[in-house]
Design a protein around this ligand. Structure first.
Ligand code: NDP
Length: 311
């Protein structure tokens, strides 16, 4: 029920295919609507020049899906059988009842950014702490302020470089003595004068003034030195976990658990099963790219249905 699911539902319902959406009931730890329901202003989705709250945006997506004929159930699918057709789906806590069936299936269950669950993290979540620099980095509380990014992969490098546009300085907190990021990204990061990498460094606490984050307690895991770092922002870039428990062992996944799709397509290794959005994308992970792949899935699904089923 994120941008991928709703865009797919919109296209399928406008094509009079009467799609059914299971939007989930706190599935993967999120309200229906997915990761965007945990963010504040979305300013990088075209069409909303004033920005729009993530929750409001997802309400509008939902309204549009329903307007064109999507049936939405606020339930989580806990089990599927895609080994024979029609595909079978069981609703959570109703696994002993008759399953729902589907001729085609679009999996758009998303992903969740990994967090550290530090003391103070919940208190300052979205009040200085975020898991998406590209989404949240431009907001006023981060302007000309020192910021920190945790992680040493390509995301950490990319997000840190993005933040240098707004921050007075960016500290990258890397738990080892080397980066995981590709050479080119690592070089860009290490040569940027607004970036300082703190090696062998872990965050142990997030502190603030009650309203907003203003410092981190950090520890050098080699020297064991503990000190306070004044920053007004903390961004996690320690990877994402795709919501693929439902399809493990049933669909081909990559080494990180993301659904594998054919190149330039949303087709999975099972005919009639398509995947869209963050559940198959570990690179872009934006609302707009997710919506785009939802559109692709609907068009591919529609074509597949018309080739395999009579009117
Ligand atoms: P990665 O898994 O590649 O990197 C995660 C980073 O976070 C690692 O440095 C890891 O440290 C660190 N980390 C993990 N857990 C913790 C923790 N508990 N505490 C502190 N640090 C932690 O994830 P990314 O999101 O960076 O990238 C995912 C994939 O997407 C990769 O294949 C990447 O190449 C790709 N990508 C490509 C981009 C591009 O081409 N422009 C942009 C963004 C992503 P350690 O190294 O010690 O394990």
């Amino acid at each position: 029920s994120g941008p991928a699911g709703h865009t797919a539902a919109l296209y399928l319902s406008r094509a009079t295919l009467k799609p059914v959406m299971f939007e989930g009931f706190l599935a993967n730890g999120f309200a229906a609507g997915g990761q965007l329901t945990t963010t504040t202003d979305v300013e990088n989705y075209p069409g909303f020049p004033e920005g729009i709250m993530g929750t409001v945006m997802m309400d509008k997506f939902r309204e549009q899906s329903i307007k064109f004929g999507t049936t939405i159930y606020t339930e989580t699918i806990s089990k599927i059988d895609i080994s024979t057709r029609p595909f079978k789906l069981w609703r959570e806590s109703k696994e002993d009842q008759e399953p729902d069936t589907a001729d085609a299936l679009i999996i758009a269950t998303g992903a969740a950014a990994k967090r550290l669950n530090l003391p103070g993290e919940d208190k300052y979540w979205q009040k200085g702490i975020s898991a998406c620099a590209v989404c949240d980095g431009a907001v006023p509380i981060f302007r000309n302020k020192p910021l920190a990014v945790v992680g040493g992969g390509d995301s950490a490098a990319e997000e840190s470089l993005f933040l240098t546009k707004y921050a007075s300085h960016v500290y990258v907190l890397v738990r080892r003595d080397k980066l995981r990021a590709s050479k080119v990204m690592a070089n860009r990061l290490l040569t940027n004068p607004k970036v300082t990498v703190l090696w062998n460094t872990e965050v142990i606490e997030c502190k603030g003034n009650g309203e907003l984050l203003n410092s981190l307690v950090i520890k050098n895991n080699q020297t064991k030195e503990i000190k306070e770092l004044s920053v007004n922002g903390l961004f996690f870039a320690i990877g994402h976990a795709p919501a693929t428990d439902l399809v493990k062992g049933k669909l081909d996944l990559d080494e990180d658990g993301y659904i594998l799709t054919k190149p330039d397509s949303t087709c999975t290794n099972i005919e009639g099963v398509f995947a869209a959005g963050d559940v198959k994308d570990k690179k872009y992970r934006q609302a707009i790219t997710s919506a785009g792949s939802g559109c692709m899935a609907a068009l591919e699904c529609e074509r597949w249905l018309s080739e395999h089923f009579a009117e």
